[in-house]
Structure formats: structure tokens, C-alpha cells
Ligand binder design. Structure first.
Ligand SMILES: Nc1ncnc2c1ncn2[C@@H]1O[C@H](COP(=O)(O)OP(=O)(O)OP(=O)(O)O)[C@@H](O)[C@H]1O
Ligand SMILES: [Mg+2]
Length: 312
């Protein structure tokens, strides 16, 4: 099996609107893949097609090699899904709700109580185990939705804006939970508007716009393709601006030097080895280097650079 989630030429039309225009995407095992894009880009439509809720107009989607529409029963056992606006049955207790879904997934009867206890612990709803759902806060309902999505230990999780409505602590908990699920072998596709949420957390990202994937890959790869020259920042102590400037200007790999106060920002086109040479040269010249390092692009920087629409 090459990809755990595989979309080939996936397309969705709503009357004369093409919401998703031939999406090709292969997500290998163990990835946390973040789907980014402005409102209306087609993220929800893509995720709903992948989880079996919205039949594509064209193309295929499979999960663990099971075609979601040709072999739905097999595919469904692999999929856990959290929709962007999900409703829960208000008149059930937390544990009853999970019990209902455990049965719906045809889990072995004997395993259900322990599994309910386990997921309630994972999403930290222990104190609400016997509470009525209608009395839960929005964030708690969101956690319950996540518990429901993982109750049957799915191999693949499809999460549409799972962090919306969560407070910062709950977001961090969600990230930790998703990381631990990934460590257990779950492959995760997650859409988010909160770009900083995806930073340092997703293994790959895809930028969607107007129903098309405009970039897909690891953040490092997309960054490197967009900016072949890396940005480096140097900070020093003391009155050595002229010397710093002349050293930088004398290096053939350096361009775009901007100096402000006791900091310089420049672009570097050489190798790692050559970059260490720049630092060594500064120190050897008696410059008191305070910090020296590459400035990483954030997902937000990339998004703003690549996106043609106004942002979200
Ligand atoms: N059931 C539907 N009927 C008609 N048009 C639809 C339907 N569902 C989605 N669309 C349209 O398809 C396009 C993509 O919508 P989608 O919900 O997939 O976007 P999204 O990327 O999830 O946006 P958001 O960030 O706002 O959640 C939009 O133009 C939307 O209006
Ligand atoms: Mg959406």
C-alpha cells in the first residue's frame, strides 16, 4: 500500500459550481496532513467526499486501499470523522453517546465499556462522564466529537476544523492527543484556519484555493521551492556595524543585506558549510556574535505568499 488516503482526480460539482476540481493527493501512513485554504476553497467538500458522505462527481478516493464508494463498509471501519459543524444528541449522557456510536461501529460488546473509559480519559471529559450533553460547554462538545471519531480506533482520522471553539489549553491538548494517535499509527488529515496550529505539528500541508491544490508537501519543501535563498539573521553586541557589513558584502553568497541596530538580515545562497564559514569569519574578526541562524518561514508567511485571495 503506497498511500493510506488516496484521492485521484477527485471532483465535485454543485450545479454549475465546481467546488473541487480534480484533486490528486496521496497521504502516506503516519502523516498529519494539514489542509489550508480560504473560505470556499473546497476543504470541507474534499473531506466529506473522503469520508463517504458526499459522492464525488468524478474521480476516486480510497482509504487503506478500500474505495470509499465501491467498498463503503470496509472503508468506513478505517475512518474516523469529525465534521466542521457537528451536532450531538443533547438528551444523552456523555457515556451513552459514545456507547451508541461504539455499537453503531459494531464493536465487540465486551470491549465497549473499557474503550469508552479510555477515550473519555483521552479527551479529558472524566468529570462529565455521566453529565447530560446539553449541559456541556462548546469546547467540551468538541472534545466529545473527537472522542466519538476515535471510539472505534480508526486507522485514519479526517478532522474538519477540529480546533474551532477550543480554548488555548484545549488546543494544546488536542495537538498532544493527535500526536499520540499518530504515534500509535493513525494517519490524520486535518483542515484548519488557525495556521499557527499547524506549525510544527503537521508533517505536510496542502494549500487549496478555488477547488484546486496549489501546493502540497512538507513545510520545508514548499518553503525551499518558494525561496531558494534562505534568510539568515545575525545579531551582535558592540559598535561593529561597518565591519559586519563589509564582511557580509565581501561574501559572494550573500545578498539583500538589511542592517538595523545591532542586527543584520541577509539572504544566503551557499551551502550549510559555507554558512558556518560566515559565522566563523565574524567571530575570528572579533565581532561579538550574540545569535546567528536561519529565519524559518512560518506556514502563515507561506500561505500569504502563495494565496491569491484575501485571507480567510
Ligand atoms: N451542498 C452544497 N451545495 C452547493 N454549493 C456547495 C455545497 N457545499 C459546498 N458548496 C460550495 O462549494 C465551495 C467549497 O465549499 P467548502 O465548504 O468545501 O469550502 P471550505 O474550503 O471548507 O471553506 P471554509 O473555510 O469556509 O470551511 C463553496 O463555493 C461552497 O459554496
Ligand atoms: Mg470548511
Amino acid at each position: 500500500m503506497s498511500a493510506v488516503i488516496k484521492m485521484t482526480g477527485l471532483r465535485k460539482e454543485f450545479d454549475d459550481l465546481v467546488a473541487v476540481q480534480g484533486l490528486d493527493l496521496s497521504i502516506p501512513a503516519g502523516e498529519i496532513y494539514g489542509l489550508i485554504g480560504p473560505n470556499g476553497a473546497g476543504k470541507t467538500t474534499s473531506i466529506r467526499m473522503a469520508c463517504g458522505l458526499l459522492e464525488p462527481t468524478g474521480g476516486q478516493v480510497s482509504v487503506m486501499d478500500a474505495d470509499v464508494y465501491q467498498d463503503p463498509e470496509r472503508a468506513q471501519q478505517f475512518i474516523g470523522y469529525l465534521s466542521d459543524f457537528f451536532s450531538v444528541y443533547e438528551d444523552l449522557k456523555v457515556w451513552e453517546y459514545l456507547d451508541f456510536f461504539a455499537h453503531a461501529y459494531k464493536m465487540p460488546e465486551g470491549e465497549i465499556p473499557a474503550r469508552i473509559g479510555e477515550v473519555i480519559r483521552q479527551v479529558e471529559l472524566e468529570v462529565k462522564r455521566d453529565a447530560m450533553i446539553r449541559g456541556l460547554s462548546r469546547g467540551m462538545k468538541q472534545r466529545l466529537g473527537i472522542a466519538r471519531a476515535i471510539i472505534h480506533k480508526p486507522r485514519v482520522l479526517l478532522l474538519d476544523e477540529p480546533a474551532s471553539g477550543l480554548d488555548p489549553k484545549a488546543r494544546m491538548d488536542l495537538r498532544n492527543l493527535l500526536r499520540s494517535l499518530r504515534d500509535e499509527g493513525t494517519t490524520i488529515l486535518i483542515s484548519s484556519h488557525i495556521l499557527t496550529e499547524l506549525e510544527g505539528f503537521c508533517t505536510s500541508i496542502g494549500l487549496m484555493e478555488k477547488g484546486q491544490m496549489i501546493r502540497s508537501g512538507t513545510i520545508a519543501d514548499i518553503s525551499a521551492a518558494e525561496t531558494p535563498l534562505r534568510a539568515v539573521r545575525l545579531a551582535w553586541v558592540g559598535p561593529d556595524e561597518a565591519q559586519v557589513r563589509s564582511k557580509l558584502e565581501g561574501n559572494p553568497h550573500v545578498s539583500g543585506i538589511a542592517v538595523q541596530g545591532q542586527q543584520a538580515l541577509f539572504k544566503f545562497g551557499g551551502s550549510d558549510e559555507e554558512l558556518t564559514g560566515v559565522l566563523a569569519g565574524m567571530v575570528a574578526g572579533g565581532i561579538k556574535v550574540l545569535s546567528f541562524g536561519e529565519v524559518k518561514q512560518t506556514v502563515e508567511d507561506l500561505y500569504l505568499k502563495l494565496s491569491h485571495n484575501e485571507v480567510m
